[in-house]
Design a protein around this ligand. Sequence first.
Ligand SMILES: [Zn+2]
Ligand SMILES: [Zn+2]
Length: 538
Amino acid sequence: MNTLPFSDLLEEMAFLAELKGENPFKVRAWLRAAELLDEKDVASLYRAGGLEGIPGIGKGILSLIGEYAKGGELAEHKQLRAAFPSGILELWGVRGLGPKKVKALYESLGISSVAELEYACEENRLLSLKGFGEKTQNSILKEIRAKKAYSGRVLLPKALAIAEEEMEDLRSQFPGATFALVGELRRLMETCDRIEILGMNFDIDGLSGFAAKGQDVWVKQGEVLPVFLTKSRMERWGTDLWMLTRGDWALRGINDPVPALASEEEVALFFGKLPLVPEARDLGLWPKSERGSPLNEGIQTSHIRGGFHLHTTASDGKDSLRDMAKKAVELGWEYLGLSDHSGSSFYANGLNKERLLAQKREIEEVQKEFPTLRIFHGVESDILADGALDYPDSILEQLDFVIASIHGQMSMNKEKMTARLVKALSHPMTTWLGHPTGRLLLGRTGYEFDWSEIIHVAKEEGKSFELNANPYRLDVDWRILPQIAEAGVPIAISPDAHSKEGLADVRYGVAMARKAGLSVGQVVNTKSRAEMESWLKR
Ligand SMILES: [Zn+2]
Ligand SMILES: [Zn+2]
């Protein structure tokens, strides 16, 4: 069954044929015919013989129409589609991207979906392509963001920024009132589709932009996300906070009616097993020692003493190692791990072995300027299709650490991908598995592999997983973290920073670690400088 009108189908075929580098005359003929047949009931016209002899409708087109009129899928269309990843058509839908540009993106940068395109723009990769300037890159990014906002969910940092603005607005309108964030944003979910606020002691008549939604609930259709405002009272504040924040606990049998209570501590006592840190509520964790009292333990950003995984101007980063080091000192860090891209990531200006080793001199110089900060030398090595790393062992042995990551050939079956990851993890020089699933939030799901096998191998080989704190990734997913931690495999919360500001992204990683209830000891970059030195040498 064909769901597309014939002219749209033909246009799509012309696009794919051009991408494939097929005969330009054929492409042009298809486009011309698509224009002629736009909004026409092609099948009926064909059956009535009304298309014969029309200029622009040649034999080739007629036979395609014949196939179409029979209702079957066009063989040539099917073939063209099979030649490319399905996301390629999505790219074509981004305003400003014609076949030539999509072809350049696909062939030179391996981009085959909108999510990958957005990430590449973020990392300035389009600038290296002929025909793409900074202006094009910016307008593409703007277009993608607009689409994403339309799709209804946004990443955590964006949602937090909107919420902060809304709260500020409300507080300035109602100085005597109290407002608090509730809902999925209070639980620091990695993406959100609404802002939810609980308030008391404000007069709804003075509220602009909000429309009544139900008993004591108002909603505002914000530009990006809707804002829900619920009115509470002092004597039931705790109950309302709990009810509007509870998350999946409702599915875990902790859904008894709660009496009106003034604080969440009282609600905790009522249940006898509520973890008070809102972000930890999705997993329903309850540390044994803290039964019945507020939970303020667990990892916090202030525990992080350094970060690995950052890119400088040597590969696709925006800032120099010196600028990164300065920022790290400002963050109070004791160490920093330089890890630019390896040679196979040619689109990211990955380093060949000469350039990689030349970084040693640069590190030496910068190290002198920042004596309180230990700079470790590493690399983010591509994991090749067969699981090998990107440099010979003799080169890798000269580094302090290796982050092994997959950046290409992600569509492998589960068995092959598992074998690939096992091989990379087992390499004696591998320290971390970088962004272990390869997901891009709101864009690309991760590749499939056998988690328990990978965790088992990491444990056996004494390896560690990265919790990539880049808000586009937050990979590994916090839902898997407890399983990794319970197996005794350490986790590094790594910024994957492409600019000095990016170093502070570790806070989003910490948020995810808190969601999973990780303790300080389970996160490797809470170690002191001396401890880290010996841990890396182990
Ligand atoms: Zn990477
Ligand atoms: Zn990276």
